[in-house]
Design a protein around this ligand. Structure first.
Ligand code: NAX
Length: 386
């Protein structure tokens, strides 16, 4: 079988550095799938990229890696790409407004869309990680109009996994201290496979809505509701004590919701670098649930940034948002219609959707401005369905 051609933009960056070994060891696309890896970065990062290529060679990856090309030539990188992992973006600099960042990255995503449209495989599967990830998906969808919109996704799995990690930490502490208190045998530690029903809704930003209202744990051979293990409704964000219902993100102590929203900032403050190992792992999980022949069709509901067109949750169409999906056999996914939203979650999601719509409008405005400045007379030609 011909190797799977995978392009990673931002190949010299820190997430790529953690992601490449996962791909090369067969942990993303399956152990039997050979990968032809194309690492793209911009010319100022060419030396760093060459260093990464040297390290790939020195690592003697033979399991899943058929070849690796490190290049600053966009066409070479995107030609025939069957999977595109878009990490490359403009970083936020001190003093830079959020809207400036959206404008800079919209320009990069416009170019990525054009490359996908012209050079990639017509069924290329895309995961956008570079921020603002969901809005970047929207820009891609305009400039790669032939690519099925379902093929364009963004990473919200890191937020999802952060929430699961925090739930497991809390649940295991409680189960262990309960068993010590009543003198029973040491309990089995819960793992990620023992949690279901978690979802991140909305934008990959502080407005995201981490939702545990349907979470269940697998304890003593059966699925039990979250509150039977973690009865602290305030910490979980399930309390209805505030006027208007619910207290998502509000409370005297940091709630789970706030902790998930601030986790990226907490890692950055501690490491002086943004999340990379966990981001790479989340990308690997996102892709393997979606595309690995071993896992495809067997995954539980997960959070993915996807098109809202035709969604059953009442989220306005024409944007990309994190929603619960189930991956299906053959590299497809469907909305998880079994998820019902509480009124509280819906209220918070509406605010996040407003933010996504504002980001989209800003990105389009910035692109129009850039095109006008470049003397383009063509202007934007949005897809007719928008
Ligand atoms: P780095 O700054 O380490 O790497 C980014 C790389 O992209 C650099 O090597 C840069 O030269 C390259 N690049 C810039 N413009 C490019 C272009 N036009 N074509 C190709 N390469 C280009 O960032 P890293 O920590 O790897 O993070 C990558 C992106 O992921 C950032 O935008 C970051 O904000 C975003 N994140 C998104 C997350 C999510 O959950 N969606 C979480 C992790 C991460 O923060």
């Amino acid at each position: 079988m011909a190797p799977l051609r995978v392009v990673i933009t931002g190949g010299a960056g820190q997430i790529a550095y953690s992601l490449i070994p996962l791909i090369a060891r067969g942990l993303v696309f399956g152990p039997d799938v050979k990968v032809d890896l194309r690492l793209l970065d911009i010319p100022p990062a060419a030396n760093a990229l060459a260093g990464v290529a040297m390290e790939v060679q020195d690592s003697l990856f033979s399991t899943a890696l058929e070849g690796v090309l490190a290049t600053t030539n966009e066409v070479e990188a995107f030609t025939g790409a069957q999977v595109a992992i878009l990490l490359g973006g403009f970083p936020r600099r001190p003093g830079m407004e959020r809207w400036d960042l959206i404008g800079k990255n919209a320009g990069i995503m416009k170019r990525m869309g054009e490359l996908l449209e012209t050079y990639a495989s017509p069924n290329c599967k895309v995961v956008v990680v570079a921020n603002p990830a969901q809005t970047n998906c929207y820009i891609l969808s305009i400039y790669a109009p032939s690519l099925p919109r379902k093929n364009i996704t963004s990473l919200s799995r890191l937020d999802h996994d952060r929430m699961i990690g925090m739930l497991l930490h809390e649940a295991n502490s409680r189960l262990i201290s309960d068993s010590a208190a009543d003198g029973s045998e040491c309990v089995r530690r819960l793992t990620a496979a023992d949690v279901r029903g978690a979802c991140i809704w909305g934008n990959h930003s502080n407005s995201q809505v981490p939702d545990v209202s349907a979470v269940e744990f697998f304890v003593d051979g059966r699925w039990v509701p979250i509150e039977s293990v973690i009865p602290d409704r305030t910490w979980l964000g399930l309390s209805n004590s505030l006027p208007g219902g619910g207290n998502i993100g509000v409370g005297p102590e940091e709630s789970l919701v706030e902790a998930v929203r601030k986790r990226g900032a907490a890692v950055l403050a501690a490491r002086k670098l943004s999340s990379a190992m966990s981001a790479a792992n989340a990308i690997a999980e996102h892709l393997s649930d979606w595309l690995s022949p071993e896992k495809s069709g067997h995954s539980p509901a997960v959070s993915m940034g996807v098109t809202t067109d035709g969604n059953p949750f009442g989220v306005s169409e024409g944007i990309f948002s994190s929603l619960p999906v189930r991956c299906t056999i053959g590299g497809d996914w469907n909305y998880d219609e079994g998820f019902s939203m509480t009124d509280d979650v819906r209220r918070h999601l509406e605010a996040s959707v407003v933010e996504l719509e504002e980001e989209k409008a800003t990105a389009l405005k910035m692109l129009e401005k850039a095109e006008a400045a470049a003397g383009s007379v063509a202007g934007l030609v949005p897809r007719p369905s928008l």
